[in-house]
Structure formats: structure tokens, C-alpha cells
Design a binder for this molecule. Structure first.
Ligand SMILES: NC(=O)c1ccc[n+]([C@@H]2O[C@H](COP(=O)([O-])OP(=O)(O)OC[C@H]3O[C@@H](n4cnc5c(N)ncnc54)[C@H](O)[C@@H]3O)[C@@H](O)[C@H]2O)c1
Length: 358
């Protein structure tokens, strides 16, 4: 078990990583001084598994109402938020009431956003149920929804009072959802250092044997929490969490978001390691090991193909730009990220090498 209380931008939260951590929600809420009435917002795929949670809450004198929402990116809309807010009103959730989000990154993003705006902000708990949610989306306090014009264009910073990371939920993930989180876990291992990287290289696909991948859960959660706490406004260190995301995001956007995020990040990491070899002298065996890891997990190792000017058009919209310059996260070695500029010629060469321009 790993547990940490942390402060981000004046808000306080507690993160727990433990088998069975979600069972502690009832005790935590009951001992918090919050009202009894609250709303559990759960992914509808988990509808039959939240019953035990609701019973535990009721047994501690709480009055949880249940509101089911659909997982998947298409649910990150105003309509879903409106549904949650209406359910909160109907459940009699007051200013000292609470929301609890049980689901993947979509549910925690959208329910966290509803908690941020309902009565100008109520306490909420996150019970992430996907690997991506557990190591990334539920941590750090960013909540929000998409607009037709783009992803995550509306949001609020609202730190969950509790994030309960319970690997028990992951047993039912399909391969797409496992790979989605795995891309981020691979990235985190490269940021953490050699031991974490060695563990990633040795892990079989989680649907064959989840234990080695799950052994990295705590390392990944700890890393994100420590980085967010050290740099909540993303002025320096937090930018390193974007390793692999510059090319990964561009590929997702070019594909109209049909390429799953984790798979795009996987090839984005290949691009980052190739640039790191060329610019910083990173040893080439890391890239070869990454190729083997992605291959073993059935993830792509080549980019989709578009003309280079289309790549540049989306790359230049990257949010990590500062003073007109694109900033790349590269690696000197595992555990030593460097945020830097890269000549266009190098980027073009790497996109071509990965099949991006055909
Ligand atoms: N707020 C942040 O800091 C942050 C960071 C990273 C990602 N995100 C967001 O997270 C979202 C992606 O998260 P995600 O991949 O978890 O998506 P998701 O919530 O859509 O879950 C993926 C799929 O898994 C299903 N699912 C959820 N839990 C399950 C379980 N235990 N067993 C079986 N199936 C289950 C869902 O119904 C869905 O079909 C994106 O919208 C992204 O923008 C947010």
C-alpha cells in the first residue's frame, strides 16, 4: 500500500494505491464531516460492480444516489455534465455534499468537472477503473470536457479530495484499454529511470499476466503525483510528462482521433528516443528495447502516413510552444529528461524514418 497527502495550488488531496482501496471510500466519506447525501457517477459498464460500493456507503449512514454515464471520449460533453448536475440536484446534494466518480479517464474528467461547477464546487472522490485513469487522468486535478472544435477545450482545476487507486477494477479491461494505459506507463518508466525501464521491458502483455505490469502501478502514480506537486502550473518539470506526446498528439489529431491515445504515445516515444539519439547521444538500445515492448503488446511501431506539411501544420499547434518555439521532451538517459528545441530538419527526418510521410 502507498498513500500520500498532497497540496496542489492550495487544494489538498489524498492518493491511496492499494488492492481494495475503493472499499475505504465509505470510511473516508463518513469520517470527513461532509453531508450524508452524495452522488456516485459511474461508468455504465461497471453498473453491476458498483452495488457493493453503494451498500458500503449506505452502511456508514451515507445517502448515495447513483448516476450512470457512458465511457468513451464521445461522452465528454456538456450534455453529460448537465445529466450529472441534474442528478445531483435530484439527490439533494448540498454545498457540503459530495460526488464520487467511478470509471476511466472520461468519467473522472467529466464528473470532476461537474463537481467543480456544481454549487460553485463540491468535494469529490475519484475511483479510477482503467490503467490510464489510475496512473494519469484521475491524478492532478485537471477536469473537463471536449468541444466539437477540439479535445479538453473546457475545464477546471479541481483536485479530488481522495483518489483511490484499486487494481481490482482492472481485471475486466479489454486489450485496447490495457494498451491505452500501457503507453503512459512505458513513458513514465523512461522518466523514472533504469529499474522501472527494466521492469517495463520484462513485462508480458497484461491480458496474459497482469502482475508484472501492476507491480509498476505505485511507481507510476508516485511519479505523477510528485511531478504535479512540484510544478502544478506546468512551468517546468510537469512538461516532461509530455515525453512522446508531441508526435503522439499530432498523429491522434491527423487520424481524427481514431488512433487510440496509448498507441499514438507509443510511436511518439519511438520518435522522442530517435531524436534523443541524434541530439543527446541516448544509447540506441533503448529504442530497440522499446520496439520490442510495443511489438509484444501488439502496439504499432510506425506512424500513419500524411504529407509532411500536414504533420507540420498540427505539430505547430502543439500547446508546449513557448515564444513561438516548439519545445520537445527528449531523454539523455532513462530518468533524465531534457526539454529543448529541435531543428525542423531533424524532426522531418524522424517522421520519415517512422513512415509518417510514406
Ligand atoms: N485529467 C487529466 O489529467 C487526464 C490525463 C490523461 C487522460 N485524460 C483523459 O482520459 C480519457 C481517457 O481515459 P480512459 O482511457 O480511461 O477512457 P474511458 O474512461 O473512456 O475508458 C476506456 C474504456 O474502458 C471502459 N472501462 C472503464 N473501466 C473499465 C473496467 N474496469 N473494465 C472494463 N472496461 C472498463 C470504458 O467504458 C471505456 O469503454 C481521455 O478523455 C483523456 O483526455 C485526462
Amino acid at each position: 500500500m502507498w498513500q500520500k497527502t498532497f497540496d496542489v495550488m492550495g487544494q489538498r488531496g489524498e492518493v491511496v494505491v492499494d488492492a481494495g482501496a475503493s472499499r475505504s471510500l465509505a470510511d473516508r466519506l463518513a469520517g470527513s464531516g461532509l453531508d450524508a447525501a452524495g452522488l456516485v457517477v459511474a461508468d455504465e459498464r461497471l453498473g453491476d460492480r458498483v452495488g457493493a460500493l453503494l451498500e458500503a456507503l449506505a452502511a456508514r449512514g451515507l445517502r448515495p444516489a447513483l448516476h450512470l454515464v457512458r465511457g468513451g471520449e464521445a461522452a465528454k460533453t456538456w450534455d453529460t455534465v448537465a445529466g450529472i448536475l441534474g442528478a445531483a440536484v435530484a439527490a439533494g446534494v448540498g454545498r457540503d455534499g459530495w460526488l464520487a466518480a467511478v470509471g476511466g479517464g472520461v468519467v473522472t474528467d467529466v464528473a470532476g468537472f461537474a463537481a467543480a461547477v456544481y454549487l460553485r464546487g463540491v468535494a469529490w472522490a475519484a475511483v479510477p477503473t482503467t490503467l490510464l485513469g489510475q496512473i494519469d487522468a484521475a491524478l492532478g486535478g485537471k477536469t473537463g470536457i471536449d468541444l466539437p472544435e477540439g479535445k479538453n477545450l473546457v475545464g477546471a482545476f479541481h483536485l479530488p479530495r481522495w483518489v483511490l487507486v484499486d487494481p481490482g477494477w482492472l481485471a475486466t479491461l479489454d486489450r485496447v484499454a490495457w494498451r491505452s494505459g500501457w503507453g503512459e506507463l512505458v513513458k513514465t518508466a523512461l522518466l523514472v529511470g533504469e529499474d522501472a525501464w527494466a521492469a517495463v521491458c520484462a513485462a508480458p502483455p497484461a491480458w496474459e499476466d497482469p502482475a508484472p505490469a501492476l507491480a509498476l502501478l505505485e511507481t507510476a502514480v508516485r511519479h505523477k503525483v510528485e511531478v504535479v506537486e512540484a510544478d502544478p502550473r506546468e512551468t517546468g518539470l510537469r512538461a516532461t510528462l509530455n515525453l512522446g506526446h508531441t508526435v503522439g498528439h499530432a498523429w491522434e489529431a491527423l487520424s481524427g482521433y481514431t488512433v487510440p491515445h496509448g498507441e499514438a504515445v507509443g510511436v511518439g516515444l519511438l520518435a522522442a528516443l530517435t531524436l534523443s539519439e541524434r541530439m543527446l547521444g541516448l544509447a540506441p538500445h533503448y529504442r530497440r528495447d522499446l520496439l520490442a515492448v510495443l511489438g509484444r503488446w501488439g502496439m504499432p511501431t510506425r506512424l500513419g502516413t500524411w504529407p509532411l506539411d500536414r504533420w507540420w501544420a498540427v505539430l505547430r499547434r502543439d500547446k508546449k510552444r513557448r515564444a513561438g518555439q516548439m519545445r520537445w521532451v527528449l531523454l539523455r538517459r532513462p530518468g533524465e529528461p531534457v526539454v529543448t528545441t529541435v531543428p525542423d530538419s531533424e524532426v522531418g527526418a524522424v517522421l520519415s524514418a517512422l513512415g509518417g510521410d510514406g
